[in-house]
Design a protein around this ligand. Structure first.
Ligand SMILES: [Zn+2]
Length: 512
């Protein structure tokens, strides 16, 4: 059984009135494709729960209140450096038309995951604070500072400072949060300092003062440290299913801390954890805050939505996705997708194949809004078609327009050199070295061009003509390739010839 269906059946046994699936991200810059894996995994949990007849809901929280703690390389330093340490929702958007920095990057990411069929309800962390819903837990956490400290010290085996408190204030004077440190809590207010030189990457203003830690509609005064906040959000929202990438889920990681906070401080059952491996590009992990690696949006420039979704649906949680767009990765992915479609459509035929149920389910869950039968022409063939002249009609007829766009991208950006070709305007000089038999065969082919041919029939005919001259198939086809594209290999010869202007081919073969 497909893993998400297994999870759904397992969760169904809990008989909760509502399974609330959630995922989250800090929109600190262009969000990379790794974060997309989380969205899809949680989407699968949500959809399989619904399929299993469980009442379910799916939300996505943007932690728009986190501070900017590094500057993406694609942003102008002179404009944004001064915001280091400031909450993201208080930083201006890099482009006009957005309320703030966090919203700009969040909306870019939302548009990508919407395109691949994920439509969680969006929540903003600032709204959780503004609504006052976090306040009870903030008080509880601050009141139990000693116990919270113990959890940190047990987990990280390192003593915390005597005046450590689990809260971060937005400095009343300079607005930064990274630079502040709470040093006291009297049950009503926290005392804090904004250190000028504590951090190497940004300066505080030196302000010292007191503030209530409780936010309201008028004013967000600060935030919980995020690992604690993670647990509090679970409780405040009512989340019952949420996991993260393995960096957070490893032993002693942030999830362990949030789990302890749930058990020992706020008394809330830790949501069912969906932990998953990384999404690497060419073996490298990416970072959105540093602006390294492929952004989620860029992935849709090289893969159609259903194929990008398929890549994430088909890979088990416990396995890393290492996507290297070079070589044959992309054509192979299209082939696999077509195979899964075959499994799906043969299953739905009465008496059809039932052995590939998982593959069929993967296809089903890779669909964006409704099930769409993919083209049957292989992507590798399409990649040849887009390099041939006059194939536009054929591509349109077969309904390949969209995939053809991606075939062009693969040829231009990722295809190995031997996959690329173009029909030469002048007779390639290599054609001089063809044998008498090869040259004669080309003449014979030219004579047959006026007949009506299908690709398959013509391919056989070409082969037979060469055979009559005593040539192997390889020698026959090489003659064609060398005369037309100046290489000894190429796409299926009959289709290549038929895609070209008849008189052009006749003239070229006669010239040889
Ligand atoms: Zn300050």
């Amino acid at each position: 059984m497909f893993w998400a269906d297994e999870v759904a059946l397992e969760l169904k046994k809990r008989k909760l009135p509502l399974e609330w699936v959630d995922d989250m991200k800090t929109p600190s810059g262009k969000i990379h494709v790794g974060a997309l894996r989380g969205v899809v995994i949680h989407d699968l949990a949500y959809k399989t729960l619904k399929d299993a007849g469980v009442n379910a809901k799916y939300t996505y929280i943007f932690d728009n209140h986190d501070p900017m703690d590094s500057l993406p390389i694609y942003l102008p330093k002179e404009k944004f450096e001064k915001y280091m340490g400031v909450p993201l929702y208080k930083i201006p958007s890099p482009e006009i038309g957005f309320a703030n920095y966090a919203e700009f990057y969040a909306k870019d990411f939302i548009s990508v995951f919407t395109k691949i069929g994920c439509t969680p309800e969006i929540l903003w962390a600032t709204e959780l604070y503004e609504s006052g819903r976090m306040n009870d837990s903030i008080k509880e956490i601050l009141d139990k500072t000693e116990e919270v400290k113990k959890i940190y010290e047990e987990l990280y085996k390192k003593p915390l400072a005597k005046d450590w408190y689990p809260f971060q204030v937005y400095c009343i004077k300079c607005g930064k949060v990274s630079t502040t440190k709470v040093i006291d809590w009297d049950g009503k207010e926290v005392k804090f300092v904004c250190s000028v030189d504590r951090l190497e990457w940004t300066k505080g203003c030196g302000y010292e003062g007191k503030t209530s830690p409780f936010s309201s509609k008028e004013n967000i005064v600060g935030k919980l440290p995020w690992k604690i906040e993670w647990a509090v959000k679970w409780k405040v929202v009512g989340i019952t299913v949420e996991g993260a990438g393995k960096d957070h889920m490893s032993k002693g990681g942030s999830h362990d801390l949030a789990d302890e906070i749930c058990k020992r401080i706020i008394k809330y059952p830790t949501p069912f954890p969906l932990g998953y491996e990384f999404f690497l590009i060419g073996g490298k992990k990416m970072s959105s805050s540093k602006g390294l690696g492929s952004s989620a949006a860029e992935m849709l420039d090289i893969l159609p939505a259903e194929i990008l979704r398929f890549l994430m649906v088909k890979t088990k949680l416990s396995r890393a996705i290492d996507f290297d767009p070079g070589g044959y990765t992309i054509p192979n992915l299209f082939d696999e997708y077509q195979k899964s479609a075959d499994a799906y459509f043969s299953r739905s035929v009465p008496g059809g194949n039932k052995t590939n149920d998982d593959l069929a389910r993967i296809f089903e869950l890779s669909q964006i809004s409704k099930v769409i039968k993919p083209p049957t022409v292989r992507f590798s063939v399409l990649c040849q078609w887009v390099q041939m002249p006059n194939m536009g009609e054929e591509i349109k007829k077969e309904g390949l327009g969209l995939w053809a766009k991606y075939a062009r991208v693969w040829v231009d950006k990722f295809a190995p050199e031997n996959e690329k070709f173009s029909v030469k305007n002048e007779l390639p000089k290599e054609a001089r070295n063809l044998s008498r038999e090869q040259k004669k065969t080309l003449l014979r082919i030219a004579e047959e061009l006026d007949k009506k041919w299908t690709g398959d029939e013509f391919q056989t005919r070409i082969y037979d003509l060469g055979k009559e001259m005593g040539l192997s198939g390889k020698e026959t086809f090489a003659a064609i390739y060398i005369s037309l594209i100046g290489k000894d290999h190429g796409p299926k010869a009959a289709w290549l010839i038929l895609s070209l202007d008849k008189d052009f081919v006749k003239k070229r073969f006669t010239e040889v």
